[in-house]
Design a protein around this ligand. Sequence first.
Ligand SMILES: Nc1ncnc2c1ncn2[C@@H]1O[C@H](COP(=O)(O)OP(=O)(O)O)[C@@H](O)[C@H]1O
Ligand SMILES: [Mg+2]
Length: 479
Amino acid sequence: MALAVLYTRALAGMQALPVTVEVHLANGLPSFTIVGLPEAEVKEARDRVRAALQNARFEFPARHITVNLAPADLPNESGRFDLPIAIGILVATGQLPADGLERFELAGELALAGVLRPVRGALAMSLGVTRARRAFVVPSENAPEAALVEGANVYPARTLLEVCRHIAGEELLARYSDGPRPTAILYADMCDVRGQTHAKRALEIAAAGSHSVLMIGPPGTGKTMLASRLPGILPPMTQDEALASAAIQSVGSQGFDVARWRQRPYRAPHHTASAVALVGGGSDPRPGEISMAMHGVLFLDELPEFDRRVLEVLREPLESGRVSVSRAARQAEFPAEFQLVAAMNPCACGYLGHYSGRCRCTPDQVQRYKDAHLGAAARSHRRADRSTRGSGRPHGAGGGWRKLKRDSRACGACANENARTAGQGQLEARRGRGRRPLRPRFRGGRHPAAGDREDRALGTWLSSRAQGGAHDRRSWRVR
Ligand SMILES: Nc1ncnc2c1ncn2[C@@H]1O[C@H](COP(=O)(O)OP(=O)(O)O)[C@@H](O)[C@H]1O
Ligand SMILES: [Mg+2]
């Protein structure tokens, strides 16, 4: 048979589109042509496939070989097509039987020695393959990830030869049956944080209602520490949430680590992050930090240091819960349902309210600092509130906060328990040595120089959210 047809998938954003690999052999001068990929990718795939076949002791045909990848307009990532192209050549030359090929989809990059290397997006591909009711032959490193899809028929292989033996019926590949092993999810524990009861309470309320949080306080007061502990008091992930979160990580450049199954992501990009790094992009669109934080926490530390334009791009995804990335070549849509936590200093020197009393900022300077930097944050808060309105979290048991009965307290937050004290997250300054937390100089009262309207607004806003959502967004910053 001089023609072989096989099936595989290409990744376009979150979608794994079906791709047909057709291999045709004709008489004529020996040549190896691949159509459907950009020029540079064709060259790479051709060289890898030829070397892998020769090193696995197969005969590479001295004929006119044409490989067609359809549809022709594919993302320019050739690695995953190596395995189906190599098998296609073997079938077309009669070195392997053609029976039953329509029951499989194959993906895998070939090393020159014929070993299979893992590919990106195995989970997203497995979703498509399972829907098409086919079995999926993947490099063994990808098998645990691909098998996360319910009902998936995954056959892991280590080398090209193993796949060939399976197709020839000599030695069948074993179906991957191990599910993700339930490992203890280790979040940073909230009980490491001493004191800060108001800030903890504000985080509890945020966790219960899926609200965004802005923490304002001097350096060293534990803002980063508190934010990193928020995932630990969120409810356990449902199966659907875990799958959605894993699917995005799987198409990202770092891939998905199965050990993190059902673990809420915590992403804390540095303030030098670009808009593309945050929302996603690239000529072959990849998810950004907001999508990688799907069903988890996105922490923006030192908020004023972020480029204003970078912060502005967050507004639309915060509202809609998804982001659409359009490039000249292709478009992709990524889900982006995350909880935003941000932190900033209260004034330009950062020490307003610190026990050391070293802040020398004038009231005007403080006010100007806040006016300049809180605008984008406040807008994000309002947007985030709108997007999560009425979507209070189910009151499942959260892990992490050992000393607190999170369930009852978080439910209480929704049911208006102690709402008056909620969210007044003024951070207490803390002395480096000794156990006794020190009070900031103007705790509980109004700093004569501070004009801390934003802190109060956040407190009022959180309180009214906790009182059943009857607040008015216009009440932000209104006392
Ligand atoms: N309330 C606290 N309880 C325990 N340790 C704290 C607390 N606040 C600060 N620390 C310690 O101080 C360090 C710096 O805190 P960090 O969260 O980085 O402060 P910030 O982000 O506000 O500048 C933390 O790593 C932690 O060791
Ligand atoms: Mg910090």
